[in-house]
Design a protein around this ligand. Sequence first.
Ligand SMILES: *[C@@H]1O[C@H](CO)[C@@H](O)[C@H](O)[C@H]1NC(C)=O
Ligand SMILES: *[C@@H]1O[C@H](CO)[C@@H](O)[C@H](O)[C@H]1NC(C)=O
Ligand SMILES: *[C@@H]1O[C@H](CO)[C@@H](O)[C@H](O)[C@H]1NC(C)=O
Ligand SMILES: *[C@@H]1O[C@H](CO)[C@@H](O)[C@H](O)[C@H]1NC(C)=O
Length: 762
Amino acid sequence: MRTVGVWRTGHICALLAALLLQLLQPAVGGSWAWSQNVPRLQISHAELRSKNSSAVFWRGRSGGGYRALLLDEDRGWLLVGGRDHVYLLHSEGLTQPELKIHWPAGREHTERCKYAGKNLLTDCANFVRLLQPFNKTHVYVCGTGAYHPECTYMDLGHNIEEPTFRLLGHAVESGRGKCPFSPHEPFAARLTDGDLYAGTSVDFMGNNAAIFRTSVHTTSIHYIRTEANHEHWLNEPQFVGSYSIPDTHSLDDDKVYFFFKETAVESNQLDKRIYSRVARVCKNDIGGKRSLINRWSTFLKARLLCSVPGPGGLDTHFDELEDIFLLETKDPQNPVIYGVFSTSSSVFRGSAVCVYSMASIRAAFNGPFAHKEGPDYRWVEFKGRIPYPRPGTCPSETYDPLHKSTRDFPDDVVSFMRGHQLMWEPVVPIHRRPLFTHIGAPYRLKKLVVDRVEAEDGQYDVLHLGTDEGKVLKVVSIPKENWETEDIILEELSVFQSPILSMELSTKRQILFVSSEEEVVQLPLHRCELYGQACADCCLARDPYCAWDGTTCSGYIPISKRRARRQDVKYGDPWSQCQDLGDGLDDIELKVIYGIENNSTFLECVPQSTQAVVKWIMQHGHNQNTIELLPGDNTIHTRRGLLLQHVTSSNAGLYTCTSHEHSFSRTLARYELQVIPERQMNAARSARLAEPRLAGNYAPSPPHYKDLQLIGVSGQTADEYCEKLWLREKRKQKLRTLKWKQTAENRKSRVRRQNPPYEPLQ
Ligand SMILES: *[C@@H]1O[C@H](CO)[C@@H](O)[C@H](O)[C@H]1NC(C)=O
Ligand SMILES: *[C@@H]1O[C@H](CO)[C@@H](O)[C@H](O)[C@H]1NC(C)=O
Ligand SMILES: *[C@@H]1O[C@H](CO)[C@@H](O)[C@H](O)[C@H]1NC(C)=O
Ligand SMILES: *[C@@H]1O[C@H](CO)[C@@H](O)[C@H](O)[C@H]1NC(C)=O
């Protein structure tokens, strides 16, 4: 893991590793199999927009720029921060009328912003970037104010039915160190105990970003920040997220964590690499007494590693953190941290999701420090004496009565802190590799939220991932033996045509809210009914949100003790779950197809699931041996069916298309291919009659009557031929009707129909 300073030729290495990774994909366990990267359900933008769609789109009449969302689960509100406006929507349904506050930038600031060469529409307005709960009635809000950030409170009142929703205009204060100047700059902030912890820049140019604490409430402790212009503290950081996480039962140990990426000082100087980081500060840090005055005296950072192990240590690194999600658990000290990352390389594009435990983060901060040393002045592990109390420890009276505050720290601790911010060991993800990778897609994963879902066979973490192209992926990661996981992309929704800016999950209402520059959308967490009409389809989907209730695939409710609910997320095995598997599945109608000798013909077969493998079986006649058709010189297996390029008489026979998924297979289509000799075609042609359209078309009973009349097959007259066909079709029809009646009358004691006998027509 000691990769510090070894990356001389970073790009080439990354590319090589990427190629190796691609080569290795099928060989490594389930999580890398390409077929898994095909979404089971794909819903287009048009479908989502259609009337029958379960998605609800909301577009404010004035504004756009929906960058900040704040969900209030208890009261059922969704606050949306946009351009010059804050909206209050109802999280039960975005169709309900909204409340709106108009909060534009000051005129002089808009003018100055324009004068500085910024764009009036996209920059010189008040883009609301921060919405944080302050107390039971008030929300703290900050906007960019046309490159002059400002913050204030919004009063929502006590009445849930009729919220007050007004801005405290008299309480407007400077937003410097709380909110960026630019609407586009990545930033992270967290309001906790009346203090705002923010990672943001404090100037017009967006340079010199720092981690600040400013007090929002007057009686609180001091303004404090990271040292300016010290690349060892922060080096062109781009902030992604920040959270307050308790460390022990003592409030004195509470820390605020920042997740970001920055130019790595420890990587080679010539080849500026971006690394992802986690940094932390003590909440009770008030800076040093003689040195580090109003500067963090507990600030430490570590590299957040997300990479795929490769042969010979040639790992593929996903270095650029895009988003972070904190999955709360019963233990407030130990949430699970989910990060979505992308590669830095412009050649090899890929995204990955890595998961970290707080234990691994704490381990890095409790481990050795890094420092620069030696004749070549390289970054190495610090092996010298570490002063007491250990740098990075929060002052606490119970721990050491001499250190009531950071101002009581001995000088050697403070001077050590000045020179040592970086930890030597990186934070490694759970199982030392990504949970999920998405490689070769034209888009990047940018946002994530995670839902821990109770299913029939355990708990699953379902990832909802937003992309830079407006898609939302729903992915479930299923643990396997040996710490392997199997990842399934359940859904790919083309929600917007522009990047996803923010996502909020309402577990209470089972809704995902997603915003873009122009719109906010409300999406249900599942669309079970679209997986298919049969129990097997529902089971094979392996969506923890869905189960078969006896008649349909529908949302799974863990509290209901109904035994009839069928679900198998872990194995997706319909044999164990669905009794009535034969029903309508193997009972597929035999279609007759005519192929003209030397010409091509096409047998259609489209599986319901994109993850199924399709196989073709061929039989020359009923009691003949079956042959599996492999892609060869005469047959081409396409996603929609089988293409026979040059039909010969030896191709005549029975064709069966089956889909295979896990242990489950089923028949999708059955064809009888009859081959019409070329000379008969030519005879038909020479009779100067219309060109028959046979190849590629099914010939279910009379529709091709006309065409057939022209050919004459094997000495029969076309009329005789058609009669035969038609009769057979009618017999089938009759059987089907009979069967339908039977099943309707008595489902249990129904008799399975025999397939009509194979009757070669020649
Ligand atoms: C909406 O209805 C159309 C036609 O009735 C159907 O093709 C489409 O799949 C439906 N879309 C959804 C999302 O249900
Ligand atoms: C919430 O904070 C606001 C602003 O400081 C204050 O006016 C209000 O009284 C507070 N409300 C409660 C319930 O504490
Ligand atoms: C058609 O196929 C036969 C053999 O099946 C071959 O002898 C003949 O040359 C082919 N005709 C054309 C026009 O390709
Ligand atoms: C094959 O079929 C197509 C259309 O059905 C027709 O245009 C073409 O002429 C046929 N070729 C031969 C060699 O019969």
